[in-house]
Write a protein that binds this ligand. Structure first.
Ligand code: ADP
Length: 194
């Protein structure tokens, strides 16, 4: 199985690159942000739980996020592998994911971390806010809150995978195909070692 954690700050390009990776490698894409947004749109109980946190740019509580993620994985037992996009977002989520995958008899193969500096992130997110329905991309204060949450709570997850020898940093600035090429090189590197 090829299980990738696609990592990076808000606006780093995780959604864009995920779409290309699932096409090339036939993986199942699990974006916690997308799943929450679909639940909000569908007026589900889960959506109601997540909405106020998302609107403020805060993390949705771990118990809500982790149980949702596990339920999504359980629904696709035939998957060749997964791209985890937007998850794990703190060390507790990373540990929970490892424990859960171990029960299933698999593990994370690689963490591919898209690196983009903050000014560029702010520009990209405000641009996305202009032509998308994402309320959290419109207000500069909410964007800054998400970047701060990333720096304080999420960035340390790199150390967690680094300690396992699974962390790979990727320059997330450049053309979409250029960034994709770098991601594919890293994946090729792992397959050739197996
Ligand atoms: P971005 O990376 O641009 O912030 P996402 O779609 O990944 O966008 O996430 C949007 C929001 O969804 C986050 O600000 C947070 O409130 C919530 N969210 C997504 N993934 C998680 C997670 N793993 N843990 C907690 N909250 C999450």
């Amino acid at each position: 199985m090829l299980n990738i954690v696609l990592f990076g700050p808000p606006g780093a390009g995780k959604g864009t690159q995920s779409a290309k990776l699932i096409e090339k490698y036939g993986l199942v894409h699990l974006s916690t942000g997308d799943i929450f947004r679909a639940n909000i749109k569908g007026n589900t109980e889960l959506g109601a739980k997540a909405k106020s946190y998302m609107d403020q740019g805060k993390l949705v509580p771990d118990e809500v996020t982790i149980s949702m993620l596990e339920a999504e994985v359980a629904e696709t037992p035939e998957a060749k592998g997964y791209i985890f996009d937007g998850f794990p977002r703190n060390k507790f989520q990373a540990e929970s994911l490892d424990e859960f995958l171990e029960i299933l008899g698999c593990s994370i193969t690689l963490m591919l971390a898209l690196e983009v500096e903050e000014d560029e992130l702010r520009t990209r997110l405000l641009l996305r806010g202009k032509d998308s329905a994402r309320a959290d991309d419109v207000d500069p204060a909410i964007i800054q809150k998400r970047i701060d949450v990333y720096n304080n709570e999420t960035a340390p997850v790199k150390d967690y995978y680094s300690a396992q020898g699974k962390y790979r940093g990727i320059n997330g600035v450049g053309s979409i195909d250029g960034v994709f090429g770098q991601l594919c090189e890293e994946i090729k590197g792992i397959s050739s070692k197996e």
